[in-house]
Design a protein around this ligand. Structure first.
Ligand SMILES: [Cu+2]
Length: 75
């Protein structure tokens, strides 16, 4: 299990977090109970199974709902 910390472009309204939440929960391999999206800091944190999903695919899923990833850190 890996843990991801993603800095997004500044989110402009709280419904942005719902879109991102939906996009991430639709992917396999993300531990939903660890998923935290902060509107205040535009950051996303979660644990994921690197055998099931790659960070690149997670970033793509975020891009697909209209948000840019500034930086992502996996450890
Ligand atoms: Cu919004």
């Amino acid at each position: 299990m890996k843990s991801a910390n993603i800095q997004l472009e500044t989110l402009v309204c709280p419904s942005c977090t719902q879109k991102i939440d939906g996009a991430l929960k639709s992917l396999d391999g993300i531990k939903e109970d660890t998923l935290k999206i902060s509107f205040a800091t535009s950051k996303v944190r979660f644990d994921f199974d690197e055998e099931a999903v790659r960070i690149e695919d997670i970033e793509k899923a975020i891009n697909k709902v209209g948000f840019e990833v500034i930086k992502s850190r996996v450890k």
